[in-house]
Design a protein around this ligand. Structure first.
Ligand code: FAD
Length: 444
């Protein structure tokens, strides 16, 4: 059996390795148009800031590494087309320019996503960057080292923009974030997003909301941005972080079903509409576990699961994906921001009647040194009392609480169950009544 995988990062390499584990005789070929493979995209901001100082730590493996598993990874090879009738891919060797065909029995598409580049006047000026892969990070590092920019403008107040706000501050720049929505972090409820905004402002980050960049100015190199409200922002470094699109343009004529945003439509088994063709990771859509609706959640955590499931099912298995809660977490300076399940906005869109609980409590008992407060906002469905969503902003212990709440939502626990949970306690780790218990108490 011959398997072709397109894309050699989280989704693609997880699928390839699962195929190998299931079938030691399979022929497995992976094509990636990039030179770097199997890297940690999630670490790029820390590589730029220097917190991770060795490139090898974020790109620990190369195609040679996978040879010992008899997986043939061909880097610098772009798949131009998929011919579903004849079960072959048309591939371009980007080093030689040679174009050739390769047949497959099963195909896994894991081509990920690429940053949206808004069509703004002056976008081609030097000093304007996006961040998606290791080469983007290399380019940013080189520009910063050579030009020592002083004033950074980040377009887009999502989590990548915020991680980079920290990185650029660490590198000594003034940082301004422009967000066209009325709050940064538009995926959070605005009351929680405002907590993050205040914290960023206290840490010297300027936030401009409800406005967008009309054009960039400068000769050859960017000098300033003109905003839609008529104001100017001086900037000698710009990061565009306004979202990503699935990398599926090459599939448009293939007959593989794409959703309006370009994401590949897959079922719970990661099957596309064409038999023998699977998709995984940021190139594909997922299901929201709580309503079964299609959602686009481009996250590494999800891409890994989808890749494993695609690999399992391509080799004859029948593993189902339970769907996502869109659980996510990131840090900016010392603040951690996390969410899972429904936000209020999403619950309202689904017509769900819900109750909201807010608590602000220390992450450990206050008698012990280092206690820090966190704010938890939780949502429960009124009729069933099931927990359906949570958002947390705080400096310590947020990761543990969001994972407990994600597990509670996954398992269908109620707010009463939250109070009853038998969680571990000793002063360095939590309090006798943990913040999770308090959520249960205020909502029961
Ligand atoms: P990708 O990583 O995009 O890989 C797809 C590969 O396919 C690429 O190498 C590309 O070159 C290749 N490819 C595309 N088209 C073709 C073609 N036609 N032919 C051949 N090859 C092709 N997620 C989290 O869960 N937590 C985090 O903390 C987090 N932080 C992040 C921070 C940053 C700065 C960034 C950029 C992303 C972050 N993510 C995070 C998201 C995470 O990196 C992605 O969800 C994950 O990389 C998706 O993996 P993937 O394999 O689906 O796609």
């Amino acid at each position: 059996m011959k398997y072709v995988v397109i894309g050699a990062v989280a989704g693609g390499m997880t699928a390839a390795m699962k195929i190998r584990r299931n079938d030691d005789k399979a022929e497995i070929i992976v094509y990636d148009k990039d030179t770097d493979i199997s890297y940690s995209g999630c670490s790029l901001a820390y590589y730029i800031s220097g917190v991770i100082d060795n490139r090898k730590n974020i790109v620990p493996r190369d195609s040679q590494y996978f040879k010992k598993f008899n997986v043939d990874v061909k880097t610098d090879h772009e798949v131009l087309k998929v011919d579903v009738q004849n079960k072959k891919v048309i591939v371009k060797d980007l080093k030689t320019g040679n174009i050739f065909e390769d047949g497959f029995d099963k195909l896994i598409i894991a081509t990920g996503a690429h940053p949206v580049i808004p069509q703004i006047e002056g976008i081609e000026l030097e000093g304007i960057f996006v961040l998606r892969n290791v080469k983007d990070a290399d380019r940013i590092k080189e520009f910063i080292n050579n030009n020592l920019p002083k004033k950074a403008l980040i377009v887009g107040g999502g989590y990548i923009g915020l991680e980079m706000a920290e990185a650029l501050k660490v590198l000594g720049m003034d940082v301004c974030i422009v967000e066209k929505q009325k709050n940064i972090l538009p995926n959070l409820d605005s009351d929680m997003a405002r907590l993050v905004e205040s914290y960023l402002e206290e840490n010297g980050v300027v936030i401009r909301k409800g406005t967008s960049v009309l054009r960039f100015e400068g000769d050859k190199r960017v000098k300033r941005a003109i905003l839609s409200d008529g104001s100017k922002i001086e900037a000698d470094f710009v990061l565009l972080a306004v979202g990503v699109r699935p990398s599926t343009k090459f599939l448009e004529e293939s007959g593989i079903q794409l959703l309006p945003n370009g994401a590949i439509k897959v079922d719970e088994y990661m099957r596309t509409n064409i038999e023998g063709i699977f998709a995984a990771g940021d190139c594909a859509a997922v299901y929201f576990k709580l309503n079964g609706k299609t959602m686009y959640v481009p996250l590494g955590s999800t891409a890994n699961k989808m890749g494993r499931i695609a690999g399992e099912n391509a080799t004859g298995g029948s593993m189902k994906f339970s769907g996502v809660l869109a659980t996510s977490i990131f840090k900016v300076f010392d603040l951690t921001v996390a969410q899972t399940g429904y936000t209020e906005k999403m619950a309202q869109e689904d017509g769900i009647e819900y109750e909201v609980g807010h608590i602000t409590k220390p992450h450990i008992t206050t008698a012990y040194p280092g206690a820090e407060k966190m704010t938890i906002k939780a949502l429960a469905e009124l009729s069933s009392r099931k927990v359906i969503g949570a958002q947390i902003v705080g400096t310590k212990g947020v990761d543990k609480r969001i994972d407990v709440l994600a597990t509670a939502i996954f398992a269908g626990l109620t707010t009463d169950d939250l109070f009853q949970l038998d969680l571990a306690y000793a002063p360095p780790f939590s309090s006798a009544k943990d913040p999770i218990h308090y959520v249960g108490m205020v909502m029961s």
